[in-house]
Design a binder for this molecule. Sequence first.
Ligand SMILES: N[C@@H](CCC(=O)N[C@@H](CS)C(=O)NCC(=O)O)C(=O)O
Length: 198
Amino acid sequence: MAAHIALEEAGATFSTRMFAVHKGETQSEEYRAINPRARVPALHVDGALLTETSAILVYIARLYPEAELLPADPMQEARCLSVMSWLSSTVHATFAHIVRPERFSVAPETHGEIVDTNKATYWSLLQEIDRMISSGPWLFGPRYTLCDPYALVFWGFGRRMRFPMHELESYTSWKDRMIRRPHVFAALKREESLLLET
Ligand SMILES: N[C@@H](CCC(=O)N[C@@H](CS)C(=O)NCC(=O)O)C(=O)O
């Protein structure tokens, strides 16, 4: 979703192929031929493969500098990369423990505890994002960056887990603001995203 929104925001010419994780399509031979790690997103550019959301977002921002999707100031850019790195290594990794506990322990009797512990951790990370967004209107205050679409992914995951997302007032009103951006809306519509359901 984040990469898809970034391509829309950049005004890029691109085509998409959808592989539904929940239907096991990313584990298929067909998708493994695209990305042997069997994870989305994967971006193909002139035959070259790029994986990892943060790298894809930075690549898109650099390719379309006129869209100003990353700050030009080195410290501001580094702070943005710091947030992307945290979203990937901590927030996303915590979520993976909730939906795939079997990847973290071969003992089924431990899975319930792994899920419960990481649900609590995930909620505290969502609260941290809520605080980061509280001065708004965007994650980096007045300026929209590609950290914004990346953070939208985790609001959606929280809703999927039936967390009380309405309690995160800043994060939730920011989510509504995000959806009102035409390029965000276009990407979500094409993905038939649950975020468009009220
Ligand atoms: N570190 C990777 C994580 C990618 C990832 O785990 N994507 C999830 C979808 S949100 C996925 O493909 N899951 C399928 C699976 O875990 O089998 C990134 O940031 O791009």
